[in-house]
Design a protein around this ligand. Sequence first.
Ligand code: OAD
Ligand code: ZN
Length: 252
Amino acid sequence: MLGEAARLLARSKFAIAFTGAGISAESGVPTFRGPDGLWGHYRAEELATPEAFERDPHLVWKFYRWRMGLIAGVKPNRAHYALVELERMGLLKAVITQNVDDLHRKAGNRNLIELHGNIFHIRCPSCGYHKDIRESGRLDNFLAQKEVPRCPECGSVLRPDVVWFGEPLPREPLKGAFSLAGRADLVLVIGTSGVVYPAAYIPYTVWENGGSVIEVNTSESGITPIADVFLRGKSGEVMDGLLKKVRGVLNG
Ligand code: OAD
Ligand code: ZN
């Protein structure tokens, strides 16, 4: 299985990666739908909506400050670094992620599309004010506050600059992702349940065009039916093994 995946990758002309929460699980970031994907009595899906924010911005901000703090303290794992190495080798042209945790960037991937935003970015829904809260070392200060953050320009309640359920994806990243998927002859799908659309159409687009689909997951997903090779296991271990095999194929 690993050998077949390595041969497909080594032979590909334009490979892309499509990642989800599972790639960050070994870094300690809880996934959304797994047994650990819970926060207090709430599910992420129940808090990550415009309706929840409308109803109770304090609760939603409490949840996001908790996640920001958690994510600020974790590091990329072997799966993230394997993708950096594949990009450096010229085999991987881009990483398209549904994650907001910034770990692909931290690891060093250069051509990166974040479909669902970035958890460290906040924005004003009224006037368009936008900020990376890590700038000028203010993250700890921001996380320690109890009140709902307000826009310094217009006083409105600020929100995390991430995509919530029921919201459209940002246009430019979406266009970029589908243009890459349209060119790709291989997609490496790592750690996603593949049930959230339109993001999940990305591997399907590659498949429809005749490209290969390699999937890495601890269990089967919405993408598994179209996977040419399904590599079951934790993404850090599997990607480490895959990288070694790819090197072997290229050198052998
Ligand atoms: P999910 O939580 O739905 O799925 C995580 C996937 O990772 C599952 O298929 C697990 O089997 C797999 N998994 C868990 N641990 C793993 C490991 N160590 N190695 C490999 N695979 C592992 O997360 P996403 O598919 O990313 O959207 O969810 C998609 C979107 O739904 C998220 O971006 C978010 C969420 O609600 C928004 O916030 C808009
Ligand atoms: Zn404002």
